[in-house]
Design a protein. Structure first.
Lengths: 234, 215
């Protein structure tokens, strides 16, 4: 018990003294997950919107596949991206393996299905009467779709926040493709795993506390967005 | 603008909604369509407002004797208010501004038209309120205000008082009455209420089994 309390004390000491190693790891984590989320959003949002708004062959199959991919195990994604980026893999020529770039690719693969599936869900939950209303007021087909997307805005934001939560807490995929190289590909989750193995609990705990705070901030933001989106009707 | 419908037919999955429906709507005034449920009133309004295509027959819009092409430009000269108004999750003012925004009406002009429409339907005091918090009667008035803001030459109202209380029914009837006096907009509305039809109609039309006859 004493050792645990001492580790917590030392962890706060590292945080309060802005330990450069600690903050280097945090910044890299935010950079990798932030960029992965950005790419997943840029591709995922239009795909999710198209799944929600357009009718096309195999749409139901595409929705089922996306929903299934939401539960992708990170280690499987890590293995898949590793095989893609390894020297003998189809994208091996890019030389991305064991770099932050490989980690961004892996996290994008993890985040995209969440963004797509939750965006689709947000859009299909918009009352069909909204689209009709836009149409009766003279909206073009594009303006009609935009009206629906705008109505789903809080759901779309929730999808992005949920995907960020998933990639920030992920460890398996980035450990496989990033290699956990100090000062280069070491992020919060991989550092926690390594420092725990080494018995360096204060750094692991400090990172754990920061990760918890980030997770709390993400959840608070999600709650705020959902609260703003739900209007009390009379 | 005048509207001539000639031998309009419409079927939904084998069920006939409109059968050889013909009538010439002159510009201005309030045309009230009455008839039992399922006689094709709403279908006719959707076809006339160019939101749906008929299976057969002709729909001819004309201006000073010249026929008009049924394209997006023509569609934007009219609007339909549905029995259940779909409101956007934003303020009452922004809901009314929507039709003006998609027509690229400049901001200053947009604001003036929103104010005017709000005052016309008696919702000026609710301008900044979220539209989803309005009562069903106020929501229907908002639907009418949103339609009027774009200055339609033809306003289609599908059962405008079907789901509203007595007080709001009175207000909506007064709004339609004011439009009647104004004379700039032709109103084509449906109702179940014979008394209401009597109070509002310049021309009473009876729909039965997919056909129109003058009442």
């Amino acid at each position: 018990m004493n050792a645990l309390l001492q580790s917590i004390y030392l962890a706060f000491d590292l945080i309060l003294h802005l330990d450069p190693v600690l903050f280097g790891i945090i910044l890299l984590s935010l950079k990798v997950s932030g960029l992965a989320l950005l790419i997943a959003t840029v591709f995922g949002l239009p795909i999710g919107a198209a799944l929600g708004l357009k009718q096309f062959p195999c749409r139901a199959l595409a929705i089922s596949v996306t929903n299934t991919l939401m539960g992708l195990p990170p280690v499987v994604v890590g293995l898949f991206v590793y095989l893609l980026l390894s020297r003998k893999g189809p994208l091996g020529f890019m030389g991305l393996l064991y770099s932050p770039g490989a980690m961004i690719v892996a996290q994008t693969v993890l985040a995209a299905p969440i963004v797509i599936a939750l965006c689709h869900s947000a859009i299909v939950n918009v009352d069909p009467v909204i689209r009709q209303a836009a149409r009766t007021l003279g909206a073009t087909p594009g303006q009609e779709m935009f009206a629906v997307i705008r109505e789903a805005r809080y759901g779309l934001l929730s999808a992005i926040i949920a995907a960020f939560g998933r990639v920030m807490a992920e460890v398996g995929a980035i450990l496989i493709v990033g290699g956990n190289i100090a000062g280069y590909t070491r992020v919060m989750t991989t550092a926690i795993a390594l420092e725990t193995d080494k018995g360096n609990f204060e750094l692991a705990l400090a990172l754990g506390i920061i990760l918890l705070l980030i997770s709390f901030a993400i959840n608070a933001a999600l709650h705020g967005v959902q609260k703003k989106g739900s209007v009390k009707t009379s | 603008m005048k509207l001539l419908i000639s031998h309009i037919r419409k079927e939904y999955e084998g069920r006939t909604a409109l059968k050889d429906c013909s009538y010439a709507f002159a510009s201005g005034g309030v045309n009230v369509l009455m008839g039992p449920n399922g006689c094709g009133k709403s279908t006719l309004l959707r076809i006339c407002s160019l939101l749906e295509e008929p299976d057969g027959g002709e729909l001819i819009y004309s201006d000073n004797g010249s026929p008009l092409v049924p394209d997006m430009r023509l569609r934007r000269r009219m609007t339909l208010v549905l029995p259940r108004t779909g409101v956007f999750n934003t303020t009452v003012a922004k809901n009314i501004a929507y039709g003006l925004m998609i027509r690229n009406v400049p901001f200053a002009e947009r604001d003036a038209k929103v104010e005017q429409a709000l005052a016309f339907v008696g919702l000026a005091h609710k301008k900044m309120q979220n539209a989803l918090t309005l009562s069903s009667g106020e929501t229907q008035r908002l639907g009418i205000a949103r339609a009027l803001a774009i200055g339609p030459e033809i306003l289609f109202l599908d059962e405008p008082t079907a789901s509203v209380d007595e007080e709001n029914t009175g207000i909506i009837e007064a709004i339609i009455g004011a439009m009647k006096h104004d004379g700039r907009t032709m109103v084509i509305m449906t109702t179940h209420d014979r008394d209401q039809a009597g109070r509002l109609a310049d021309r009473l039309l009876i729909m039965s089994e997919g056909k129109i006859s003058e009442g």
